[in-house]
Design a protein around this ligand. Sequence first.
Ligand code: S3P
Length: 177
Amino acid sequence: MVFKLTGMNRQRRRQIYLVGFMGSGKSSVGALIAEALGWPFIDLDAVIEAGQRATVREIFERAGEPFFRQLEKAALVEVSKAEPAVIALGGGTFAQPWNAEWIRQTEGVTIWLDCPEEELWHRCAKVQNRPLFRDRSSFSKLLEERLPYYRQAEYRVSTGRRSPEEVAREILRSQIF
Ligand code: S3P
């Protein structure tokens, strides 16, 4: 089920923003939805990496998180001009109030991919490019801090123990855009 959390129904939704913690499936689900709709898929982290010719991890290591957040904000402003588009945000993008407000002012739909912590942890352990993936207690703490922001998305869909294909199908079936 895709649950409505906040916001008003608007017509002609031509942008989909996928929100959620690292490992929640934003990039894999986003690519599938985009393919099914025939819309471009934009991965915000990939845009930042292409612009810097460096990985997210390298950007954090060389210049620190505040610099990464500036790049993220600039990249968000740029990609939000694309329409139609499916946009996978980074795990921290929607937790920056300025970014969330910017997104709200677009005509885009925001969907939170909600996944239990345990599963997020196991999924992230398989991929190396995440500077904020360290020990379990900082992971938990960061997730706790982020949840109130994710809850401000318009829709929530559970991604726990479900394949990206299943989640994408459910979002497509929900007819929310
Ligand atoms: C971050 C999540 C990452 C990436 C960066 C910071 C975060 O994106 O933007 O490492 O603050 O949670 P993913 O959610 O795609 O891993």
